[in-house]
Ligand binder design. Structure first.
Ligand SMILES: Cc1ncc(COP(=O)(O)O)c(C=O)c1O
Ligand SMILES: [Zn+2]
Length: 409
């Protein structure tokens, strides 16, 4: 409602709001929405939020959709900030929390970004949306396009978890599976989009998914009585969540809703695909592309992120860091979250647990600090990952007797 314009996150060129944009036409970097925050501060107080709807549209003034009827909502956002007392106790911590994004529609935080992007696409009169995806973004895009009556054209690596592929097909999306990585899928969208009349909703290649994701930052503040935690640990692929939260903190500070104190932003990646960790450790401002990216945490298999400089900037400005964990560690982390907290986390969310343990060991996080881990999705979409890992650990004979005859056949 109060969006002023869009601004290039790199060269700061300004673009008109309410027009169709992808990236900056000057430098090719992501565009971000700018709001009239002074005006919003006058019309919206923190107290006014308390009586509002329990989804991300409670921050309506800080989102780009103008007309109510264009809001395509399935109840995304306002997920629990779970006090993880059992996991915390095992780490000697009393203030450990899990932002549990598996409770979103389509079971991942990707619903936030896609709800806002699809609503904006509807408002701008677009009809056909296309995206490469590691899986969860695809499921969310398919669902919101179904709701909005738009076409979804989705490109995923062939080895994307089956659940993601099936949910897209069931929702009526056009699905293409490709040999290769998400970057290859993105190249295919870019190659075909003009001929096909598709609008490209790739991560940070349109300005609105990040607006949906930024509500994570608003929610964490609101759910913590407007005092941000000391540390946020976030599993990073394309990085929209991290970049979005950092934007939310900027906005909230300007609104006068939070103090200057920011959390240290910790980016977690899988050892088999850790471009941000490598760039962080080398002191670089952009990340090189990873070759042979491999990890079972499909959402973290992003060899090159267009928003790399924004991710690295948020990490450094916050005095945070970037850490990698192995696939074995991240699956064990997901199992630990399930056993100790009852949260069946996606492998990406599981990655935060070994990351936190390493940070405590290295004295980068104190057990007395307030820490928020992100469980970005549900383990239910990754049954094969848990199953094959369990089979690998179980002796063969035991495995046979554990399976019924029907399964063995
Ligand atoms: C469950 C899950 N966690 C984390 C990520 C990475 O998110 P981002 O691209 O915002 O860094 C993804 C992306 O696909 C995901 O599906
Ligand atoms: Zn630019």
């Amino acid at each position: 409602m109060h969006a002023k314009n869009l601004e290039c996150s790199y060269c700061h060129r300004v673009y008109e709001a309410r027009r169709v944009h992808n990236v900056c036409t000057e430098c090719g970097k992501p565009l971000l929405v700018r709001y009239d925050l002074k005006r919003i501060a006058k019309v919206l107080t923190r107290q006014a939020l308390y009586a509002r709807r329990a989804d991300l549209w409670r921050y309506r003034e800080l989102l780009p959709v103008r007309r109510e009827e264009n809001i395509m909502s399935l109840g995304e956002g306002w997920t629990p900030l779970h006090h993880a007392k059992n996991l915390g106790a095992s780490l000697g911590m009393s203030e450990l929390f899990v932002k549990d994004e598996s409770l979103n529609p389509t079971q991942s935080f990707k619903a936030r970004g896609m709800a806002v992007a699809v609503s904006m696409a509807k408002e701008l009169g677009l009809k056909k949306l296309a995206a490469p995806s590691a899986g969860n973004a695809a499921g969310a895009l398919a669902a919101y396009c179904a709701l909005a009556g738009l076409e979804a054209h989705i490109f995923m690596p062939r080895d994307t978890p089956r659940a993601n592929v099936i949910e897209c097909e069931v929702a009526g999306a056009h699905v293409t599976l490709m040999d290769g990585l998400i970057t290859d899928c993105g190249a295919e969208v870019a190659r075909r989009k003009d001929d096909e009349g598709w609008f490209d909703v790739s991560t940070l290649k349109e300005p609105y998914r990040v607006e949906g994701k930024k509500t994570l930052g608003y929610e964490i503040a609101e759910q913590s009585a407007w005092v941000l935690p000391d540390v946020i640990i976030y599993p990073t692929g394309g990085g929209t969540g991290l970049v979005g939260m950092w934007k939310a903190f900027d906005e909230m500070q300007e609104l006068g809703w939070i103090s200057e104190k920011r959390p240290r932003m910790i980016s977690v990646q899988a050892a088999g695909c850790a471009p941000i960790v490598r760039a962080f450790e080398r002191g670089e401002t952009v990340a090189g592309e990873v070759t042979d990216a491999a990890t079972i945490a499909s959402g973290l298999r992003v060899p090159k992120a267009i928003g790399d400089f924004l991710i690295l900037n948020a990490i450094r400005e916050s005095d945070g860091m970037a850490v990698s964990v192995t696939d074995e560690e991240l699956i064990a982390g997901a199992r630990e979250l399930a056993r100790k907290e009852g949260i069946f986390a996606a492998p990406e969310g599981g990655a935060c647990v070994p990351a936190l343990r390493k940070l405590i060991e290295r004295e980068k996080v104190k057990p007395t600090e307030r820490v928020v881990l992100f469980n970005t999705g549900s383990g239910i979409k990754y049954l094969d990952a848990f199953d094959s890992e369990a089979k690998a650990r179980t002796p063969r004979e035991q495995r046979k007797s554990a399976l019924g005859p029907a399964l063995r056949a």
